[in-house]
Design a protein around this ligand. Structure first.
Ligand code: ARG
Ligand code: ZN
Length: 886
């Protein structure tokens, strides 16, 4: 499907999709596992696809040594064309035939972590998207679904545990200290869901009986020594199973469901059928090593991968352009799961705010930059570059809007119809939306379906323009809603979207005006909503719950925002009002010609104080309100970005908040101390979060006045913290305020957690992400690269140091001397030589370079050009830098 080229990389286009010329009925794989040279015998039964004109069989392969090819047991002629194995003389007709391919590969040398690789002496696989071709020659595309049986053979002492998808049907010993296991997967699957694991592992086990009466064995496999960190993952798995049955009627369809953790993983986790493989980050937790955020991450990723069992595995994608069919939907499901687990209205809102924060701080910039692409892209050079926040998070919002338009029950009906129609198939985003609409024929979604689907085809973040007019005489309030969407690469003009806008009106005292709440479906470029019988100018609360992934442009007055912040019945918009107030002040200070000085006024500070003191509000919510918009989010609002100026303004705002609210921070810190056993529930994690922010603020305030009391308290808390959340919050209060006590605390932290990989990641990340004071962070990052615990080849470690600096610390990264950019280009090239996927993620750090003010802009372009100038770049990095320079 190679047609055009981008730079010099071949581009794959969605419109070129053609059904496969051959179908694979069954695959029988036999592995002789050896790190240096693994032998793979692949016996397939294939047939010609009767729907497609006769053509040669082209199998994908990568980094394989081909030894032998047999067709129906006989030697056969074949060609190698590029990376493909081409068989021209195959039996005619529709009868199945047997194809045997014998290859070898070198898992120990596989530094890309795609296909079969070795991590700390254990074999793992990662096949999505196109890793299976690194294991054997195959029709490596998701619309080819086959039955698999797998035999694993390996040295018994070195690899006592042998796992693959499905059910274990046989195992035994072989000669020479080797043993074998045979696995049969009862479900057909695309090859990207294949997995094997072999090594020294132990499992936490749980037998469960599901609602429908089925019995299942659940296992969480980890390295010996990590078993005490698996309880939360197992609990999350059991909760996920119960939730999917209760909410969507989707049961576990396997007798055995396994999760295996590895330290070397490019992404978060992978939903291989019955054998999920996880980054240790999303499995291992105990109170001493994991924070509340880690616990929440585990719950959502365990849920996410489990939910893929239906949305992704039972119904999969026709081609990789449809990736959001499974990812957007499954993120939506994991978000809903976490919200349902959180329980209270307030805890649900906290989760929603956190999700929106990710969307706005990561996906909105992506949608405004050189890598902008529709939720269903039209083309790619490297599919791994499209596992993006757009496919995942915006994709989830597109599913959420469908639920909003048909209602919660209507959506469950739509899901049911989707599975009735498509179980066992490889389908498209269109098929999904069609099922939701068809199950709700009287809904707005059904009425507007073709237009609604523009969310799948048009990139860019739409603007929602709102303006209100109050006619006192007529007692009428008219709200005009309009929309527009900026151009994105390849899409100069956009058509109107279908935007569900949840809204309501408050009166001047902040009381909800009865009957005003509704969801308006905006489908025109402009529409008006009329409210009759309104006695005084109301305060509109627009886009409640963030009912659509858009930028709301409404110039509400400060007074209106303060009313919303204090009174809105919608907690999301309460939080949002606070963010808008802060953003307005940040932007004014950034854009003023004066030196940065006290950007916050009394009205804002008083409002924040009131929130902090409000007895009816949860701590978690307060922490979110009191956290200022991030530097990246502030930058997105500007046409020309001076990262240093933004950093200085935000720091000044933080210091002001710290000083002005000092008494209240002390109160907040002291009122949120818990001494009981650690529980990661929303209430206690919220209390820890607020206490942590308070401590941060108190140390920041102490920095100016030199008062040693709070840094001393932070150090004490760091020392005797009963859990990692409190400990890391105390440490970051010291580091973040530049306290002299930070260094000894960091040393102590390192000594305490020497052997704990995931904790050491935090140690690196905290230092690389610290506020820059006089350009000290880059030299520190360079120095930490020399630390004996730093391993560039381990993705988690590379992310903890390099990404924390380049992608998450703008004030330190964007240096006037361009040294941050030089460091970035060197690392991109260095990592690309062994792991293109990780390198391409890092390469995205300068996506928004065109917005930068001088001297940053020219220096950034030069750094990207330096990367692009390298002749033998991977497709992954080539695509990112080519687009950036376009
Ligand atoms: N399907 C996985 C998930 O979201 C992601 C795997 C992506 N892996 C990759 N190498 N691109 O759960
Ligand atoms: Zn996923």
């Amino acid at each position: 499907m190679t047609s055009l080229r981008e730079g010099n990389t071949p581009v794959v286009k969605r419109e070129d999709y053609a059904a496969p010329a051959f179908l694979v009925d069954s695959v029988d794989l036999c592995f002789d596992l050896d790190p240096a040279k693994t032998r793979v015998l692949n016996k397939m039964r294939l047939r010609r696809n009767p729907a497609v004109a006769a053509q040669p069989l082209r199998l994908d392969g990568e980094d394989l040594n081909l030894a032998r090819v047999l067709v129906n047991g006989e030697g056969s002629s074949f060609k190698l064309e590029g990376k493909q194995l081409v068989l021209e003389k195959l039996p005619e007709g529709e009868e199945p035939f047997e194809l045997e391919i014998f290859t070898t590969c070198a898992p120990a040398k596989n530094s890309k972590l795609m296909g079969l690789y070795v991590s700390q002496g254990t074999f793992f696989t990662q096949c999505e998207a196109e890793g299976f071709r690194r294991i054997t020659y195959f029709l490596d595309r998701p619309d080819v679904m086959a039955s698999y049986q797998v035999t694993l053979r390996a040295d018994k002492a070195a690899y006592p545990v042998l796992l693959s998808n499905g059910n274990l049907v046989e195992q035994g010993d072989l000669d020479d200290g080797r043993h074998y296991a045979r696995w049969v997967d009862p479900h057909k699957k695309p090859c990207y869901l294949f997995a094997l694991v072999a090594g020294q592992l132990v499992a936490r086990e749980q037998r469960i009986r599901s609602r429908s009466g089925g019995e299942h064995l659940l296992q969480v496999y980890v390295r010996p020594g990590d078993l005490d960190k698996t309880e939360h993952a197992m609990n999350s798995l059991m909760a996920s199973i119960a939730w999917d049955e209760a909410r969507f009627g989707l049961p576990l369809d396997l007798e055995r469901f396994m999760i295996v953790a590895t330290s070397d993983f490019n992404m978060g986790a992978m939903e291989n059928k019955g054998l999920n493989i996880f980054n240790t980050k999303y499995v291992l937790a105990n109170p001493a090593t994991a924070t509340d955020a880690d616990y929440a991450g585990i719950e959502s990723v365990v849920g996410h991968e489990y939910f893929h069992n239906w949305t992704g595995n039972r119904v999969t994608c026709r081609d990789w352009f449809q990736l959001s069919l499974k990812e957007g939907l499954t993120v939506f499901r994991d978000q809903e799961f976490s919200m349902d687990m959180a329980g209270s209205v307030s805890a649900r809102a906290v989760k929603r705010i956190e999700d929106v924060r990710v969307l706005r701080s990561a996906q909105f910039p992506e949608d405004a930059g050189p890598m902008a692409h529709p939720v269903r892209p039209d083309q790619y050079a490297e599919i791994n570059n499209f596992y993006t926040v757009t496919i995942y998070e915006k994709g989830s919002e597109v599913v959420r809007m469908q639920q909003t338009l048909v209602g919660r029950e209507g959506f469950a009906r739509g899901m049911k119809l989707y599975f009735e129609r498509h179980d066992g198939q490889a389908v498209t985003c269109d098929d999904f939306a069609q099922a939701i609409a068809d199950a709700n024929p009287d809904s707005e979604l059904a009425r507007l379906l073709p237009q609604f689907k523009r969310w799948y085809s048009q990139a860019g973040t739409p603007r929602l323009h709102a303006s209100g007019y109050f006619d006192a005489e007529a007692r009428r309030y008219t709200l005009t809603l309009g929309q527009s969407c900026p151009a994105t690469p390849g899409q100069p003009s956009k058509k109107a979207f279908v935007i569900p806008v949840a809204l309501g009106l408050l009166d001047a005292q902040g009381r909800e005006i009865e009957g005003s709440a509704r969801t308006v479906v905006l489908s025109e470029t402009s529409q008006t909503v009329v409210f009759e019988g309104i006695d005084a100018a109301p305060v509109p609360s627009i886009l409640r719950g963030f009912s659509a992934p858009v930028i709301l442009e409404h110039d509400s007055s400060d007074a209106e925002l303060l009313t919303l912040l204090a009174h809105d019945s919608d907690p999301f918009n309460r939080w949002e009002a606070g963010q808008r107030l802060a953003l307005r002040r940040a932007l004014a200070a950034v854009q003023s010609a004066d030196a940065v000085h006290q950007p916050l006024d009394a009205a804002y500070l008083d409002a924040m104080r009131a929130i902090l003191r409000a007895p009816e509000l949860d701590a978690a919510f307060k922490e979110l309100v009191l956290t200022l918009p991030g530097e990246g989010y502030i930058a997105e609002q500007l046409d020309e970005v001076d990262p240093q100026r933004i950093h200085a303004v935000r720091e000044a705002m933080r210091e002001q908040l710290a000083h002005a609210l000092q008494e209240d921070w002390i109160q907040a810190f002291e009122a949120h101390q818990d001494n009981g056993a650690f529980r990661p529930d929303p209430v206690s994690s919220g209390r820890r979060a607020l206490a942590g922010l308070a401590l941060n603020m108190l140390c920041l305030a102490a920095r100016e006045n030199g008062n040693p009391v709070w840094p001393g308290k932070a150090l004490q808390r760091f020392k005797d913290a009963g859990n990692m959340t409190d400990r890391v919050n105390a440490l970051s209060a010291l580091v973040g305020s530049g306290s002299a006590l930070a260094q000894p605390a960091l040393e102590r932290f390192h000594a305490l957690f020497k052997g704990e990989e995931l904790v050491l990641d935090k140690w690196f990340a905290l230092q690389a992400g610290a506020p820059d004071r006089g350009g000290n962070i880059l030299p520190l990052v360079k120095q930490l690269m020399q630390h004996p615990d730093f391993h560039l080849r381990n993705p988690n470690r590379a992310r903890s140091l390099i990404f924390s600096y380049c992608n998450a610390n703008p004030g330190a990264f964007h240096r006037v001397d361009a040294a941050g950019y030089r460091f970035w280009s060197e690392r991109v090239l260095e990592i690309d030589a062994f792991n293109p996927q990780v390198a391409a993620r890092l390469a995205r750090a300068l996506d928004r370079w065109k917005k930068l003010a001088e001297p940053y802009r020219s220096a950034a372009r030069e750094a990207i050009a330096r990367v692009a100038a390298k002749a033998d770049l991977s497709n992954d990095v080539r695509e990112v830098v080519t687009r950036a320079l376009a």
